[in-house]
Each structure stands twice: as structure tokens, then as C-alpha cells.
Design a binder for this molecule. Sequence first.
Ligand SMILES: [Zn+2]
Length: 482
Amino acid sequence: MAREWEAVIGLEVHCQLKTGTKVWCGCSADYDNSDPNTHTCPICLGHPGALPKLNKKVVEYAIKAGLALNCKINKESKFDRKNYFYPDTPKNYQITQFDMPYAEYGHIDIKLNSGREKKIGVTRIHIEEDAGKSVHAGEESFINFNRASIPLIEIVSEPDISSSEEAYEYLNTLKTAIKYTGVSDVSMELGSLRCDANVSVRLKGEKTFGTRTETKNLNSFKAVAKAIDYEIARQIELIEAGGKVVQETRLWDEEAGVTRTMRSKEEAMDYRYFPEPDLVKLVISDEQLEGIRAEMPESKVEKIDRFIKEYSIPEYDATVLCSEVELADYFEVAAKGSGNSKMTANWIMTEVLRVLKDEQKGIEEFSISPEHIGKIVKLIEQGVISSKIAKDLFEKKLKDDRDPEEIVKEDGMSQVADTGVIENMVSEVLEKNPKLVEDYRNADDGRKPRVMKGLMGQVMKLSKGKANPQLVTDILIKKLSN
Ligand SMILES: [Zn+2]
């Protein structure tokens, strides 16, 4: 019988804090949209004698992230030097936090597809600095120090994760929780979120851990999941064949779908950590911590609760709308102008999300503003347009910047609400369909609505969808009962 294996997974997540300026100096942290090496100074270039000064905002942002991940914020922590030579590390060491991180003992609650919930521990979070960027072009290599000393937090999970699905959900939940605090873009595409995965396997029921590997170069949550699945399978196969897993750092090759050895433990670096002599201990007072706690923006759970109460929408709608903080903001603006929150929620969840999915875009890139979605809903609410016309208007709006009210007026999209006009159309339809009329009069109460629907459809067709449906129904009933 095949032996049963289980995986033990821990994730290390690096997250850039969008403080605007770097962690030890006042240089701008906007490293991508500027010429190379323009956002540098003696401090972030590591010139001899230059002294680092801790950016206050970094502490505030890091604490917010720590609170969002349910961590205990330590009153005292310290900075250390992690020594290594790498071309894009100007000081030849990285300032980080080694044995006294600022946040510990957190957790993230994840929900899996099966509906099962699980608590994943967050061991610690520490503050550190980013490295510069090496750019390789043919025979030459260039170094851009704009990214050097941009503030990072490293979030280390407990080895509580046991599958790629759990890892994926952990990352998603972590990303959303931090995004809600506004302290980071947490975007893997932009490089403001990076993840390394520690994976080992052991026989089910065993208490000791197997030898683990660390996989780097993971460029998306999907890549994390794929690399984990690959590593689990590779390690089990290796052991089953009588081999041994080597403790090493591996790189994920997205194209080939495999992990490859980068460096083994024998080559592993000794970082010779020691306390950073140029920085004092980081002391966080109770007042400071409480002040930051009081300023924490609403969390996802709090927002869902508020949406249900404030907008009287179902929990399902609130959960979908709050899946991303930008989408939640979009809904709020749209709902406020629409006069009908539930209809606004429906429009966003169906039409807007459908277009975003088709175009593979985020809500922040969507071409229709929330104010205009609110106006489209308001036009339906006021009976100016039918929901069918609203869909045409929505399609038009995707490429048209004009105000929805203007489009309806200028392009003649408004509903026909003129009783006289509708009466004429109804008469025309009744004259053309004597069989249906007879059918209606002979039908029992159960069948009547269906025949009515057919006649209604004819009138709407004649009006090109513009007749006010309520008026059509009223007039049809009146005329048919004569
Ligand atoms: Zn600088």
C-alpha cells in the first residue's frame, strides 16, 4: 500500500510600504517612473560615514500591517545588519530586524473552496530595506539604486500551510488585509509583493519535519501554487526512490514548470548578523500604538457588516463588493448617486464585473466612473429608461465619455411615457394579432399572464424597447378587458 504523505509549507512575504520616501533618508520611493539613479543620496548609496535615520511613517505603516494581521506589536525592537555582498546592495549589508522583530504572534484566517476554515499563524513581521536593481543588457550590466532602501516588511508564516490551495488563500487573504490598510499596493505584478515558499514533506502522523527547500522567483499567486505542487511531488518521489531531500534554495522556472537548484546549504551564506550600531532601539509607546489603532481604516469584515446595514444589501452582495477595497469604494460612490443601492449592487456585480473579467482589468482601470453607473441606475429608477435601454446605454458608455443623462437626451434613448403614443402602439399590435387576443380572452387565469407576455413583447418590439413597460401593461389590460 502506498504510504500517505503530508506537506508542511511556510511562506515568507515581502511587502513594500508606500510611504513615498525611503526608510533611512528623504529620497523619493518612486523607483519605476523615474530615470535610473535619480532618487539617491549618500545615505541610500551607503557612502562611508552617512548615517541612517528611521522614517516615522515606516513605523506607522508597519504597525498598521501588523495590526491587520492580528499581531502583537512589540514595545521594543531593534535593527540588525545582515552582511552579504551583492552588486545591488550598496552598503554590502542590509539593515533588517533579526532577533527582535517589531511584530509577532499574528494569524490569518483563511476560507477554502470546500467551505472549511483554517487559522494560519504569522510568526513575525520585521522592517527591512529593499535592494537596488541590476539590469542586464547583452554583455553589459547596469545598476539602478532608485529602489535601494525602499521600506519593506517581511511577513513570515508558521509552517501551518499544508497544500497549494491553502497557500493561495493565505496570500489572497494577506493581500486583501494589507490593501485595506492602505499601507502598500501589495501587487506582485508591480513587485510590491514578493513571496518565497518553504516546502517539506513527511509521512502522515509524523511529528518531526522533513528537510525543506526554499523556492524563489515566484511571480504570481498561481506560480506559488504551481511551484508548491511541483516541490511536494518532487520530494515525495525522491524519498520513495530511496533518495534524500537536500536543504537548498531553488528557483521556479515558470516556462518549464519546474524548480531548479540555485544554491545548496553548503554554499549558504553566513550573514554574520550583528546589531546595527547607527540606529537606536525602536520603542513604540502605548500612546503611539493606540493612536495608530484608532486611525486604522475599516477592515474587510467591518466593511461587509456596514454595507449590509447601511445599504440594505444581502451578505452575498456585500462580500462580492468588498472582495477588493477599490471595488467597495466604487460601489459606495455609485450607490450614493443612484437612489437604489440594491440595483446598483446588481449592476456592478453583473455588468461591470463581466466587462472587467472579459478585459482582464481591475476596477481602477474601468472606463465608466462610479458616478456615471449611479446615474444609469438613477435613470432606470426614475423611469426615464427601461432596463433594456440601460444595457444599451451601458455598452455605449464603455466608449463614450458623455454624461449618461446627456446621452439619453442627445441620442433619443429615453422611454416613451406618452400614454397616447403607447395606446396607438398597443392598438396596432392588437389589430395585427387577433388570434393572440382571442387566445387571451379564452385563457384561464393561469395561462393569461403568458399570453399577455407575448403581446407585451410585440409592443416593446414595436417601440424598439423604448416604451415604458408599466404603462404598456396597464394599457394592454385595459384594452383587453373591453
Ligand atoms: Zn537617499
